[in-house]
Write a protein that binds this ligand. Structure first.
Ligand code: URA
Length: 208
């Protein structure tokens, strides 16, 4: 993909939509790794690029592969419940992307080669959307940007300085929360809600 396409200065929504469409068209033709052979649909994004929050997940699952939209399966439905509880409007305030645009077979964890091959598209999405906040959802997304060893349970919920002029937070992946049902104080689901409430507050502070 041309550097020009990534570096274009996208201020207004119309330009963002147009340039993202161009990037998606390039991604549709991508043959940089084997996943293009087994995918049904490329899963590029969901939400408006005018959103203040960019959430980065891992990779499409079966329902995402079938529909071409990220987080529409069980994990996505749980994520929607948390957004709602925290007062975040998914369609208007959150732009969603994944570290991989194609589904890994049997939902296996992405390989380093696949992550590297797909990174140009994610980098382009970040620089075109230019969100106020980036949420790294789960360990694959977090590891893509944090090189030191970490435990999700220790770094989640902290405001990190990983991107210039963009606040960043690691949050639990909803697939982990699907295996942990408790909502008691101190449980992963309890922390997830606290973290998203903190995102709500931070986002409000930009627009007040
Ligand atoms: N899990 C992810 O990380 N991304 C999706 O789009 C769906 C499930």
């Amino acid at each position: 993909m041309s550097q020009q396409l990534i570096n274009v200065n996208c201020q207004d929504l119309e330009t963002k939509l147009k340039v993202l469409e161009e990037v998606q068209n390039v991604a549709e033709q991508c043959r940089a790794c084997e996943l293009c052979k087994s995918r049904t649909n490329l899963v590029f994004s969901d939400g408006m690029p005018s959103a203040g929050v960019l959430l980065i997940g891992e990779a499409p699952g079966a329902e995402e592969d079938a529909t071409g939209k990220p987080f529409v399966g069980r994990s996505g439905r749980l994520l929607n419940e948390f957004f709602e509880q925290a007062g975040l409007n998914r369609s208007e305030e959150i732009y969603i992307a994944n570290t991989l645009k194609c589904r890994p077979p049997q939902n296996r964890v992405p390989t380093e080669e696949e992550l590297v091959a797909c990174r140009t598209y994610l980098n382009a999405q970040i620089s075109i959307v230019k969100p106020k906040i980036i949420l790294l959802c789960g360990s694959t997304a977090a590891q893509a940007f944090i090189k030191e060893d970490f435990k999700i349970s220790q770094i989640r919920g902290k405001w990190l300085n990983l991107f210039e002029n963009i606040d960043c937070m690691v949050i639990f992946h909803p697939s982990y929360l699907l295996r942990n049902h408790s909502t008691d104080a101190g449980s992963p689901r309890w922390y997830m809600l606290k973290d998203l409430e903190s995102v709500r507050k931070r986002l409000d502070s930009y627009y007040s």
